[in-house]
Design a protein around this ligand. Structure first.
Ligand code: NAD
Ligand code: UD1
Length: 362
């Protein structure tokens, strides 16, 4: 298939491009690079051996989108392009509504104009808010606690209405739990702007000596060790689920909504210890007040994805930590720096995997 990957230069999008290309699909990235770097393109080529087509486009520009979709003959669209910082969304909700909701409406209109009827949408476990029970199933009550979450829920709902009105339109809503890790080559990974809000990038920052210690938000939750429990999922497992979802849409001609997680809850302290083991670095921490808006524990029931897509997460927390650390170690400045690799002793747990057998330069 020929796939438009909106937001394909970003963290999850870039890993999904690798999975799509390795599966033999044809990929065009559409991105405005508001939270990513064009440097990812050369790295994707280095990993896959295939030059990746990319068009700079902003989802808020409907005409540009229509032109892009009419210029190519896409079989489907994967839609990652969104603003995603919860705290930021509380400060400037209108920007989030415009980018994530209006941008998606523009994309859907462009798809209609170009007669494209298959969409994979990046949704989030955030649509469950504070769930009544874990593991969370897809039929759980939906509730949101912040403007970012609202954009995900609204988009799921408006896509649902479109599917009702136009039965030939098929969508895979993929509700991600907590994506972490990086491609095992160390060439692509998560490159948060500024100080990270999410746990794994912050742990990496502390392990690299760029912050003194991790603040653990709350040690008094009703969880086994008192710290928050989440369902961390390796980004390459997540990427594979997009390929499976696309093929499901093409083969079955039906829409679906599925959780993407491992089905296993991991506490903050467990993740810190796993990271220390994988990296050989200490991660000093202190336990501080709970973060406003956090929930005690959320993990997925991923069995529907298994039943419908034949997909299940393969990689464990050790692999997530090892790959996150490899990316951090090799790219201390993210995409804005050079790839480290030659003349340095690799940190523990660094045996190159997945064919990355030589020093990596780009
Ligand atoms: P990311 O910021 O790394 O990637 C998003 C990409 O979309 C970036 O390359 C950005 O430049 C682009 N983009 C944003 N707005 C755009 C616009 N108007 N026009 C064109 N391009 C635009 O984020 P990510 O972590 O890869 O997340 C991908 C998707 O998955 C997002 O929709 C996010 O909400 C969702 N999601 C992410 C997580 C997570 O923890 N990373 C969890 C659940 C859901
Ligand atoms: C957050 C978002 C969620 C989004 C998800 C994407 C909030 C309230 N929720 O979820 O909407 O979909 O990111 O991955 O922001 N923690 C620390 N110290 C830190 C950072 C985090 O102790 O410096 C803890 C948190 O309290 C939580 C766990 O680590 O228990 C995971 O946090 P995080 O990575 O931010 O993800 P979520 O809160 O699950």
């Amino acid at each position: 298939m020929r796939i438009l990957v909106c937001g394909g230069a970003g963290y999850i999008g870039s890993h999904t491009c690798v999975a799509l290309l390795e599966r033999g699909h044809d990929v065009v990235i559409g991105d405005n690079f508001s939270n990513s770097s064009p440097k990812v393109l050369a790295r994707l080529q280095r990993i896959t051996g295939v030059p990746v087509a990319c068009e700079r486009v902003d989802l808020r520009n409907r005409l540009a989108l229509i032109r892009l979709l009419l210029r190519h003959r896409f079989d489907a669209v994967i839609h990652f392009a969104a603003l995603k910082a919860v705290g930021d969304s509380c400060k400037r909700p209108l920007e989030y509504f415009q980018n994530n909701i209006s941008g998606t409406i523009n994309l859907l209109q462009a798809m209609q104009a170009a007669n494209i009827h298959r969409l994979v949408f990046s949704s989030s476990a955030t649509v469950y808010g504070d769930p009544e029970a874990v593991p969370v199933q897809e039929g759980a009550r939906l509730q949101v606690t912040n403007p970012y979450g609202r954009t995900k829920l609204v988009v799921e709902q408006l896509i649902g209405d479109l599917c009702h009105s136009q039965p030939s339109f098929h969508v895979a809503n993929l509700r991600y739990f907590n994506p972490v890790g990086a491609h095992p080559s160390g060439l692509i990974g998560e490159d948060p702007a500024g100080i990270p809000n999410n746990l794994m990038p912050y742990i990496c920052r502390v392990a690299a000596g760029r912050s003194r210690r991790l603040s653990i938000f709350g040690g008094d939750y009703p969880t086994p060790d008192g710290t928050g429990v989440r369902d961390y999922i390796h980004v390459t497992d997540l990427a594979q689920a997009h390929v499976d979802a696309l093929e499901y849409l093409a083969d079955n001609g039906r829409s679906l909504t599925v959780n993407l997680g491992t089905g296993r809850g991991v506490s903050v302290l467990e993740l810190v210890r796993a990271f220390e083991d994988a990296s050989g670095r200490k991660v000093p921490y202190e336990i501080v007040e709970r973060r406003a808006g956090d929930v005690a524990q959320v993990w997925a029931d991923p069995s529907l994805a298994r039943r419908l897509l034949g997909w299940r997460a393969q990689l464990d927390v050790d692999a997530m930590c090892r790959d996150a650390w490899r990316w951090q170690f090799m790219n201390p400045d993210g995409y804005s720096g050079r790839v480290a690799g030659t003349g340095r002793r690799p940190a523990r747990g660094f045996a190159p995997t997945n064919g990355a057998t030589s020093p990596l330069r780009i």
